[in-house]
Ligand binder design. Structure first.
Ligand code: FES
Length: 360
């Protein structure tokens, strides 16, 4: 455990980054102005519970200092009545909170499955070579922080790059290189869709819930531009051309007729003595034609007991020992009741927490 890079507090802030500190770039981080504290209080006033304001407050800190500094952690802790360790725990959980100084722009390259197979990893490798940095590092000129990202929720535009969270769709190595070169020259190429590009501190201010624009006109000019959205709507257009439509959504099951009995009493459906839901689940288990399907059907059976938390994962080894029972004794844990309708001498489970296949 160590403090945030450059922390004057040694190990007082726990759980944070322990990588080497670039003291040179830290010298350029301006102290938080008094205005930041007042804005933090504005954010707190938006929420019925003060600590709910922590996430936008951390963005606010980044808007002034470029990352979550020890000073910013302290400000959040003071204003919210939290410990610095509690603030640090949140700041280190989410990747949008940066633990070291960022460049003017944050370039995120999606290297998740779809983008990766369409060239996302090649883009990441090329930018990494051009900038001389790896994931979560900043070019020496301070222009760009590069990171690889998990799915950016734009798979239909893969491979995707974002700059300060604005989208640049369907990139390839060359277009991404040109984009980054333009950013390093101080230009701000228009995103493929959405709002015009700002910079990392500007977008952090937006995420804190404040305008980064000087006046109303500038703010109005920065609203999302109309987009094409062609790939997103492609399925809809094809369906229209073909006269296809989605099947109607199933509504809720009809209420049982009011028989005068208590509502929670569900009557068995006849010959089997089970409810319709149990019968349907039995049928799904019986129809399973491979072990995985069978296990899935058994797990969703109304008679299947609730999995017993971590014990389920720890014990999913194919033995018949339920959580809390002595191995080999066949004892049933008091926390794991037998499926409804089965006594203690009912059939044993093959996998902890799952009902056995029910055969007729
Ligand atoms: S995999 Fe890249 S946006 Fe989804």
């Amino acid at each position: 455990m160590s403090a945030l890079p450059g922390s004057p507090e040694g190990t007082a802030v726990t759980g944070l980054d322990s990588s080497p500190v670039d003291v040179g770039s830290l010298a350029e981080v301006p102290p938080l102005p008094e205005r930041a504290r007042l804005e933090a209080r504005d954010i707190i006033a938006r929420y019925p519970v003060a600590r709910s304001a922590l996430l936008p407050m951390l963005h606010l800190v980044q808007s002034y200092q470029g990352y979550v500094t020890p000073e910013g952690v302290a400000l959040c802790a003071e204003e919210l009545g939290l410990t610095k360790a509690e603030v640090g725990a949140v700041a280190t959980f989410y990747t949008m909170y940066k633990r070291r100084p960022t460049g003017r722009h944050l370039v995120s390259v999606c290297t998740n499955t779809l983008c990766a197979v369409l060239g996302g990893q090649r883009i990441m490798d090329a930018l990494s070579a051009d900038l001389g940095v790896h994931h979560d590092e900043t070019a020496v000129d301070g222009s760009i922080t590069l990171e690889h990202a998990e799915c950016l929720a734009a798979c239909d535009y893969a491979p995707v790059v974002t700059v300060d969270y604005e989208f640049y769709d369907q990139q390839d190595v060359e277009s991404a290189r040109e984009l980054v070169a333009a950013l390093r020259r101080g230009e701000k190429p228009l995103p493929t869709r959405g709002a015009p590009l700002t910079d990392f501190r500007g977008v952090s201010r937006q995420l804190a819930g404040f305008s980064q624009h000087a006046d109303e006109a500038a703010a109005a000019a920065a609203v999302d531009a109309p987009g094409d959205y062609g790939p997103t709507l492609r399925g809809l257009r094809l369906a229209e051309e073909r006269g296809e439509s989605a099947p109607p959504m199933q509504g809720p099951e009809p209420e049982p007729a009011d028989t005068g009995e208590p509502r929670e009493t569900v009557r068995p459906s006849g010959t089997t003595g089970e409810t319709p839901a149990q019968e349907a689940a039995d049928a799904r288990v019986a129809a399973a034609d491979n072990p995985a399907e069978e296990a899935g059907a058994a797990g969703s059976h109304p008679d299947a007991p609730e999995p017993s938390g971590r014990a389920l994962a720890d014990q999913d080894d194919g033995t018949e020992t339920p959580a809390g029972a002595e191995p080999g004794t066949g004892d049933q844990s008091p926390d794991v009741p037998p499926p409804a309708g089965e006594g203690s001498d009912g059939p044993s489970r093959t996998i902890q927490g799952r009902a056995p296949k029910r055969r007729r």
